[in-house]
Each structure stands twice: as structure tokens, then as C-alpha cells.
Ligand binder design. Structure first.
Ligand code: SF4
Length: 476
């Protein structure tokens, strides 16, 4: 049950968008909802078993396929202690639909390594099957509401039909609309964290989502998997080098044992720490293919991000430091630097001077986390996490401060998705109106809720109607 008051945007969103998802969940949910649940892994991911009793771990849910063929491609699944398999995942309401849809003789479906069905499946000797219904991390109706804004991106660069009514809103009215859409985004992120925390606890949830965010777009799943393994990585030692060696070893990022004289002492030091654990951890080591390194910016190299994560884990105080940071009075201009101080780890002799384990040493030290990433972490993980903890603990003052910081945070880095959204909704790419990170979040939420369900011509989009009704509501 929601424990904060609905705002106008939230009410309108629930009453008007994607009624298929919101209202067709009973008695059987639409297949797209099941696909969204799988994509976002809104499951109790611990202790999953197939209908034939095999334990499985989802190392990566795969990429949603909107063409013909299985629903998700290139998923990475580990059965028991076997080597992880890369393959497709097909999602169906029932096991019988495999035959009914003609997948049996279709060569595109030969690569399916897991059949995910809503309910009622039995052991199938042909392919492993997972039943979704008992695994959801929140009630189906709640998930349908959470997902109501998800859809397929439709790139276009022309001004949308909402541009004119948005232009007609006064500044105060537009800011209020953006505030409410930003609030919805905060609530969605908070409820996702809360759902995981019910299973894993608040601290473990913080690690999992923080690591996933450090993986950025391409490597969020392997990073999240490593965060799930942090209890093992922390066993017996919290020394930063040991933790780093274990995370890099589990991530299969240590490459090979260094032999050449010229190779870094630091790499040898990591190997010396890792080789003792390697056998015991062998069933959990990620395949190299789980990482996507193509086109990665140097600062986003996973090994460097993991070193930062190891530094936080070794310090053992991140959760308390974040709570103390929320309780300290901080001016708006100090929000980013103060969080950077909380997230700073002691200077790192290797990673402050290298992008990767093999790269040349820089002349000048580079920070392990820049201010743009700090803002991403604040808006997507830390503030929603602090906020939902305050909501859950009925701590009104912490909740108020978390909200104030969320709405005061200076805007983050611009990107092509934000530019496109601005172009469509305002008819121009200027970022003048979107001065805060919360306004950027609002823009993304509106895109999810409306643009992603329409097309380049804005056909059947309800947002222009909503903006008009908003005008009436706020001119009273
Ligand atoms: S699809 Fe809707 S929200 Fe998106 S630009 Fe068009 S009218 Fe605006």
C-alpha cells in the first residue's frame, strides 16, 4: 500500500495511461507485463529453481527482442554449478503456448535456454522452465502500476503535439507539473528499492543498486551480480586489496596470472590475494562475455568501478555515512561536493593513475568518481534509498530532507535522450527550463509514460490532454 499522498500527475497517470497493464492483470496478466517483470528482474532472485528442481541464477536477463523470435536474446543463465549459458529466454503465459505458437519446429527458438511461464508448468525434459507467479517481489497490481510507463523508445526529432500546450502553461504551472512527474520518478525508484530490501535488507539493496549504477548502461547486470556476491567477498577479510581481488576475480577481470617482469606489481598483488580463493569461488565466476567493453568510456571501465566499490565495502560505513550526510545541514551549492566527500575513498596508488589494469600510468591522478556520476548516484540510488527508508520508518523529517535535496539537486550531464525529449516537448533543445536534476528526471518520466507509447506523430498520446486539464486545474 502506498504511504504517501498521490499528486495530480500520479493520479492522472494511473487513471489514463496504459490501462491494459493496469487493469488487465486479473485473472491473467498481459504478456508485455511479464516481459517487463523479466527485463527489470522484479523477482525474488535468490534461490530460484526450475520446474525440474534445478537451482538457477540469472546473471543477465538478456536484451528485449521486439522482432520475431524469442522475447529476450543473449541472456546469461547459470544452472546449478555449471558454466553459465548464453541464450534466449521465451516468456509465455503458459507452458502449452510453446507448442501452440509453433516454437517447437522454429529454428529461431533453438537458442532458448529458459522458458519462463506465468503459472501451472510442470517439469519439461525438453527445456528448463521457470514459473514466474510465485517469484514476484511485489503484488502484481503494484508491479503493473510501477511499469505503467515502460514501453518502447521511438526516436524522432520533430516537435510533439504537447509542445504547444506546454508553451501555454505559465512558468509556475509548468514547474509544478515537472515537480509532480519528478516525484513519480522518485516514488518508482523508491518502491523498487523497497521491494528488494524486503528480500535482501537495506544495506545489501544499497550495494546491489549502487554497483548496478556504476556499471552504467552496458554493464549494470554483471555489476549487480557481483554486488549479490559481496557477502562472500567480505567473508574473513575486509581489506581493500583482498576485496578488490575477489571482486575482480569473480568478475573474471583479472585476465591471467602475470608473468612478465614488466607487468605491474599491483596486478601481482591482486593475483596473490585471489589465487587462494579462486577454486572455492569457481562456480560463481562470471563469464568474460557477460561484460560489454565495446565503446566504453575509459572512466566507466568496470575494473576501476569495482576498485571504488571495494574501497566503500572495505570502509564498511557507507550506509551510516549517507544517513549522517542526510542529517547534516548542507546548502544547495554544497550538495554535490558534500556527497563527493562522503564517497571519496583513500587515494589509490594504482587506480588513481590507470583506466585499466593494462593501461599506461597517467602523470596526474584522476578521481575515481566524477561529479556527473555522483549526481547520477544521488538521483537514482542514494536519495530514493534514503527517502524510502524514511517513508518505511515513518521518519517525516528525514523524508522531507530527502525530498528537498532531490528537488534542489543541480542538473546532471546532458545526454541525447534528454535532448530529444526537450526537442519534442518544447520544440527546441535548450535546457533553460530544466535547471535541476529533478526536472531532468521529470522529463525522462514523461517520456516513459507517454512518448514511449506513441509514435513520431504523437498518435493517441494523452499527454497533450493532460497538459490542458492541468492548465484548468492550476488556473483555479
Ligand atoms: S508522444 Fe506525447 S508526450 Fe511525447 S512528444 Fe508527442 S505529445 Fe508529447
Amino acid at each position: 500500500m502506498q504511504c504517501w499522498p498521490y499528486n495530480y500527475y500520479e493520479q492522472w497517470r494511473e487513471n489514463n495511461i496504459d490501462s491494459a497493464l493496469l487493469h488487465e492483470v486479473d485473472p491473467v496478466p498481459p504478456e508485455r507485463l511479464l516481459q517487463l517483470i523479466w527485463l527489470h528482474q522484479r523477482l525474488r532472485r535468490d534461490g530460484l529453481t526450475t520446474t525440474d528442481g534445478r537451482a538457477i541464477r540469472i546473471l543477465h536477463p538478456g536484451f528485449w527482442n521486439h522482432e520475431s523470435g524469442p522475447d529476450f536474446k543473449n541472456a546469461m543463465i547459470q544452472f546449478g554449478n555449471e558454466m553459465p549459458q548464453v541464450g534466449a529466454v521465451e516468456i509465455d503465459l503458459s507452458q502449452a503456448l510453446w507448442r501452440a505458437h509453433g516454437h517447437e519446429g522454429n529454428p529461431s527458438y533453438r537458442q532458448v535456454v529458459l522458458h519462463v511461464v506465468w503459472s501451472g508448468a510442470i517439469s519439461d525434459p525438453q527445456r528448463p522452465t521457470l514459473i514466474l507467479k510465485p517469484l514476484l517481489d511485489a503484488p502484481l497490481k503494484e508491479l503493473a502500476t510501477w511499469f505503467a510507463g515502460e514501453g518502447l523508445p521511438k526516436p524522432t526529432a520533430i516537435a510533439g503535439q504537447c509542445a504547444a500546450p506546454l508553451r501555454d502553461l505559465g512558468v509556475a504551472s509548468l514547474n509544478e507539473l515537472l515537480k509532480q512527474a519528478g516525484q513519480v520518478r522518485l516514488h518508482r525508484k523508491g518502491t523498487q528499492l523497497q521491494a528488494r530490501a524486503r528480500e535482501a535488507g537495506w544495506e545489501q539493496t544499497l550495494w546491489e543498486f549502487t554497483f548496478a549504477a556504476l556499471g552504467y548502461k552496458h554493464n549494470s547486470w554483471p555489476m549487480r551480480r557481483l554486488a549479490e556476491l559481496t557477502p562472500w567477498a567480505l567473508a574473513g577479510s575486509a581489506h581493500a586489496v583482498v576485496l578488490e581481488a575477489r571482486l575482480l576475480g569473480l568478475g573474471n577481470l583479472l585476465l591471467r596470472e602475470p608473468k612478465a617482469e614488466s607487468e605491474s606489481d599491483y596486478l601481482r598483488c591482486l593475483w596473490d590475494a585471489w589465487w587462494r580463493d579462486a577454486d572455492a569461488a569457481s562456480a560463481s565466476i562470471l563469464p568474460r562475455e557477460s561484460w560489454c567493453m565495446a565503446g566504453l568510456r575509459p572512466a566507466n571501465q568496470p575494473a576501476r568501478r569495482l576498485a571504488l566499490g571495494a574501497g566503500w565495502l572495505s570502509g564498511g560505513k557507507l550506509m551510516t555515512q549517507l544517513e549522517n550526510w542526510l542529517l547534516s545541514p548542507i546548502s544547495n551549492s554544497e550538495l554535490v561536493p558534500s556527497l563527493e566527500d562522503v564517497l571519496a575513498i583513500p587515494s589509490h596508488e594504482f587506480w588513481n593513475y590507470h583506466w585499466t589494469l593494462r593501461s599506461q600510468r597517467f602523470a596526474v591522478a584522476q578521481p575515481l568518481l566524477g561529479s556527473a556520476r555522483t549526481t547520477d548516484l544521488a538521483m537514482n540510488i542514494f536519495l530514493p534509498w534514503l527517502w524510502i527508508r524514511a517513508v518505511t520508518g515513518h521518519n517525516a523529517s528525514m523524508r522531507r530532507v530527502a525530498e528537498e535535496r532531490y528537488f534542489s539537486w543541480p542538473h546532471g550531464q546532458d545526454n541525447s535522450m534528454l535532448k530529444l525529449a526537450r526537442q519534442r516537448m518544447t520544440g527546441q533543445t535548450s535546457s533553460k527550463v530544466f535547471k535541476t536534476a529533478a526536472a531532468q528526471q521529470a522529463l525522462l518520466q514523461i517520456t516513459r509514460d507517454f512518448c514511449d507509447h506513441s509514435n513520431a506523430l504523437c498518435e493517441n498520446c494523452r499527454f497533450p490532454d493532460m497538459v490542458k486539464s492541468w492548465q484548468v486545474q492550476f488556473s483555479r
